[in-house]
Ligand binder design. Sequence first.
Ligand code: SAM
Length: 331
Amino acid sequence: MSALIDSHNRRISYLRIAITDRCNLRCQYCMPKEGVSQFGHAEILTYEEIVRIAALAAKKGINKVRITGGEPLVRKDAVQLIHHLSLLKGIEDLSMTTNGILLAEFAFSLFRAGLKRINISMDSLEAEKYREITRGGDLAKVWAGIEQARLTGISPIKINVVAIAGFNDLEILSFARLTLKNPFQVRFIEFMPLGHSGEWCPEHCISTEEIKRRIQAFYPLMPVENRNNHHGGPARLFKLPDAEGEIGFISPISDHFCNSCNRLRLTADGQLKTCLFSAEETDLKSLLRSGADDEELEKKLAVAISQKPLRHSFTAGGIKRCHRPMVKIGG
Ligand code: SAM
């Protein structure tokens, strides 16, 4: 087996697969309120096609797979897909990113199907604020999902918070305090320029340094070795004194981690992306549906990886910027 190494000597070992672009929430910074265009049924990859690509990628050295979306749990039979992926040789780490709304219903069967850990996006701890940010989401359902995941044994449970000025920045301390009595990893993620209609602006982005500063006004942050991320994750981890959980910082804007980026993304409509911020895509769906054999698919994969950009660039003169919102890429 030849490993997937890009032209900057990065070993590519992580595939994020979006299985739908549909979502049961409408987070203000991610999707427009109405008029959301959605891929038709025939446009998205079937589970058989997804498993075929994942198996091929695993054969070439991908050992970590994350299922995402859209909201992955709104797609029918997502549990079966997890089961099929968990059986693939070479996949050592299988996880999911979800908004948690449907998690109470599915946690147990997901765990039984082979999902061992989960990331839950939750941008507010206040029910009303959460409803506002998500345009209608019920925070109680997310908590029920987290509780069910915990009872089931899914671990670690990571809670992702996109910190946005004027949105949830007054809750930074509450999120940090959540780790005192709970074994969660609360991860603050910098807001990235991937809006549905230019929602992003630098003034909305709160840097990791600023988030740390606000926490450190009340608690020391003690560095923790990033053992959870043995497959190479970008979070820098800390702990509050005597806390059960951990706090992670993911800083794609202020301290990009492109040099160690080991990721590929497969969109729900079958496009392979080697950089979240680049518009470059490789059309695996057309190739699959034209009857390509594994060798052709492997070649396409290798070419795409050889062209993985060295780093993202938000400024002019950089790579051609991606205009898909997160929901159509797979966050
Ligand atoms: N529905 C699932 C969920 O909510 O976790 C998976 C898809 S969602 C697009 C994945 C993650 O992307 C969420 O945590 C969301 O907050 C994040 N996200 C969306 N737009 C973002 C942006 N512009 N910057 C940073 N994170 C973003």
